[in-house]
Design a protein around this ligand. Sequence first.
Ligand code: ZN
Ligand code: MN
Length: 439
Amino acid sequence: MKYKAIIGLEVHVELKTNSKMFCSCSADYFGQEPNTHTCPVCLGLPGALPVPNKKAIEWCVKIGMALNCDTPLFSKFDRKNYFYPDLAKGYQISQYDKPFCINGHMTLSNGKKIGIRRVHMEEDTGKLIHETVDGIKVTLIDFNRSGVPLVEIVTEPDFETAEEVKEYLQKLQQIVRYLGVSNADMEKGNMRLEPNISLRKEGQDGLPNYKVEVKNINSFSFVGKAIDYEIKRHEEILESGKTPTQETRGFVEKNSSTVSQRIKEEASDYRYFPEPDIPPIRWADREISKLKSQIPELPDEKLKRFIKDYAVTEYDASILTKAIEMADYFEEAVKIGKSNNLNAKQIANFIINRKQDINNILPAKLIENILEATKTEKVSETELEKIANEVLSKNPQAILDYKNGKENAIMFLIGQVMRQIGKKIDAEQIKAVLTAKLK
Ligand code: ZN
Ligand code: MN
């Protein structure tokens, strides 16, 4: 390819705190009657004062820590001014030059490090609903979402393909779920994605002189489609000797394309200034260490440990560690299995191959089920000898095959013995008897 894509990503993650970011309204707004989770603060009424949600701030810092960020001891909130009907105050309380977390990274499976520029705290906006009421097209506003804690995670422009972006997103979703700070449910809009894309000529240094951002995408696959569409579009424009316009575009689901929405704002358009109603935040070292100590074992480490400790394949380990609930369940089952002479690999196989519903089967019950499924019945030596002789006399061809080195001939003979016995007995026991006779 003549061009190389340069892709960065902004992700907004809604936290699942009980209350909103700057007021005591419930943040659990999904599916609720419109405008029932509101108060003067999140409606932006004059004179109402914001009080920051401590838990939300701590969770924001934890996300940053899990993404290997530095956490400066000084931080503050700023006002980001813009006019849009879903923004009650006319500004969003966000963070400008002193975010909670900076300079992190995430390592992809190909070993590539994606830089995390910043992780900051802000508030969500209300929701606009376009409807027809009494035959008139109107826009309704639901402020239940207004002020819900939102963490914004901004990467460096380190991605080159849609595949890298999708892997990053899956890992990010996994991490925030491990931390227990967000459901990261795409369908409910808990995670919203904004890739920015530009192309540069192969061999050329530095960043291109333009950048196109695609706004508010709510599925990993749509992000991939939007990126691929943009790469192709930019290629065509560059090939014709022009430069793509720096702008914000929207993704159109029905034909996987994008359309221009507005010419991209500069930071100066937002007239950022420090939020006068919230004092700056100064962390003590011990507070930061305390938060760090609360970070659980994260997916990458867990995956490595599972492969090492439980001798499972990387593929199996990735299934077992995808969700922390599954990982915990598996480890609990391993503990119980140990006293029943079941090893971790047997348990892993059973969970994965038989698609066990871990929400409805307790680990102890799972172990019982495995024991039941693998239970073998006893058969007397003499009976086994007798049947083995019968089978051998009826299958001279299989004996010949075996003696000519066809290893699987013995499997056939074992099967015949089992069928004749009509019980589920240990295949190894039958094999031992047969091979002894075939010597
Ligand atoms: Zn409120
Ligand atoms: Mn934002």
